[in-house]
Design a protein around this ligand. Structure first.
Ligand code: PGA
Length: 274
């Protein structure tokens, strides 16, 4: 059954795409569990060295393994911000929670973003949107910007349930917040079937879902707030497809996995964000 919403959307036309003036582009690199210290340092140095060539209009964030966060946050140029790949759901700043890193500890180390609800955390660590809501709450309490990941599995898309799945994720994760509390919220739409698979959502599929996410946020809060929320695309985004994907009216940049591990590729994607 075709989704009713997709039939009322205008056909995707990149040449007509216009961005909301309040939304700055953001290209974020999720390094995942990659790079020993020397390699990580070399990539970080490369990015710092090329920061001056990156477009002023595009914000840049990297999320290296947690061990490197504090030193990278201290040493990065203003252009490159540093974010955590995950955060504890504990709202306490400190406590007896072995292995956890609180949002407050991240903030104290100069880290101002945390990715929450990445599909790999969902599938390998059993995270669900109830837990992810607590992580968003912990970020907000500590002044971090949560990068909230949502997205459907392949079988959801194949059975035309992708809009419903994403709506349910958003409804659960954003329940009980006010728009004021969510001023720093960033959403990343990451269709699970596109993460690390080389398959990418088409620019039309990405734009369609981003518009839908904005609509859901508008219904839950208000349309002015929804218009200002940045929504990133993630899933096999590369130098060769980034510009086209980013050209969607509601696509405000990307959350990049594999291609953020090569300096030249990541910088090319940042440039495509212009
Ligand atoms: P990918 O990962 O770019 O390697 O597909 C994206 C992500 O997991 O954020």
């Amino acid at each position: 059954m075709a989704c009713a919403y997709s039939s009322i959307l205008p056909k995707f036309d990149a040449s007509l795409a216009k961005k909301h003036p309040m939304r700055r582009r953001l290209v974020a690199g999720n390094w995942k569990m990659n790079k020993g210290y020397r390699e990580a340092r070399a990539l970080f140095d490369y990015l710092n060295d090329t920061a001056r060539d990156m477009p002023a209009e595009v914000d840049v964030m990297i999320a290296p393994p947690a061990l490197y966060l504090s030193s990278f946050a201290k040493e990065s140029t203003k252009k490159i911000e540093v974010g955590a790949q995950d955060v504890s759901q504990r709202r306490e700043a400190e406590g007896a929670y072995t292995g956890e890193i609180s949002a407050s500890i991240l903030n104290s180390a100069g880290v101002h973003y945390a990715i929450v609800g990445h599909s790999e955390r969902r599938s390998y660590h059993g995270e669900d949107d109830e837990l992810i809501r607590e992580k968003i709450r912990a970020c907000i309490d500590a002044g971090l910007a949560p990068v909230y990941c949502c997205g459907e599995q392949l079988e959801d898309r194949d059975s035309d349930r992708h809009f419903d799945v994403v709506r349910k994720q958003l409804d659960t994760a954003l329940k009980d917040f006010t728009a004021l509390e969510l001023q720093k919220l960033i959403v990343a739409y990451e269709p699970v079937w596109a993460i690390g698979t080389g398959k990418t959502a088409s620019p039309g599929q990405a734009q369609e879902m981003h518009a839908y996410i904005r609509k859901v946020i508008g219904e839950r809060f208000d349309t002015d707030f929804a218009a200002a929320v940045r929504i990133l695309y993630g899933g096999s985004c590369k130098p060769g497809n980034a510009a086209e994907i980013f050209s969607g009216e509601d696509v405000d940049g990307g959350l990049i996995g594999g291609a953020s591990l090569k300096g030249e590729d990541f910088v090319a994607i940042i440039k495509a964000g212009l």
